[in-house]
Design a protein around this ligand. Structure first.
Ligand SMILES: [Zn+2]
Length: 204
């Protein structure tokens, strides 16, 4: 789920605590935002438009080397962003695939590889986005982050973990919840509904 990705992006930024702690707060926030950023393509072609598992990974290597050899706020932020973007795109292949009900439909598309020109099949290490194991994954990043953060950054981690827990609780009812929400959304505001829910909008 997007919040798990955000926490892993933040964890990538937290590496700077050991090397250049003065950049850590910015790096952690950059990692957090870059961690969930690819999922904004839920408004375009989900898991394809902003997901680049190969290209982000390839770019992350020289960016990380550059940041290690020449750490500035810009180089560290760039490296963190690319690592977070790459980790998100690659981790999506470990999930249950692209579907509103992946536990029923067993989809065969997890994430699109622009390099290979095809969809990567879901590995199902995590059964689906919002599965209990997804929350375990979020906690594995979130709990250590709670230990090393303070103030508003720590509050962001807490809020993200709480949101993750709620999402996991309601995930299997998401289709019903979004269907009801769409019913009460004024027609001109329906553009705000991500395109991955198109089938529900069309059903109205
Ligand atoms: Zn994604």
């Amino acid at each position: 789920m997007a919040t798990t990705h955000a926490l892993y992006g933040m964890a990538a930024g937290a590496v700077t605590l050991a090397t250049v702690p003065e950049y850590a707060p910015v790096a952690m926030l950059v990692g957090y935002v870059a961690g969930f950023l690819p999922d904004l393509d839920a408004y375009a072609e989900h898991r394809r438009t902003l997901h680049f598992p190969v290209y982000f990974s390839v770019l992350a290597v020289p960016a990380t080397l550059l940041a290690a050899l020449w750490p500035t706020l810009a180089s560290v932020s760039l490296a963190t962003a690319l690592v977070a973007l790459a980790a998100h795109s690659v981790m999506d292949a470990g999930g249950g695939g692209l579907s509103l009900r992946p536990w029923v439909e067993q989809p065969d598309r997890a994430v699109y590889s622009h390099y290979h020109g095809r969809w990567v099949a879901p590995r199902r290490f995590v059964a689906y986005d919002g599965a209990p194991s997804d929350l375990v994954l979020a906690l594995a990043a979130g709990l250590p982050l709670l230990a090393v953060t303070a103030g508003s950054v720590r509050l962001l981690v807490v809020a993200t973990l709480v949101f993750s827990g709620v999402y996991v609780l309601v995930r299997k009812r998401l289709v019903e919840i979004v269907t009801v929400a769409i019913r009460y959304t004024p027609r001109r505001l329906l553009v705000l509904v991500p395109r991955r829910f198109d089938e529900l909008v069309d059903g109205e």
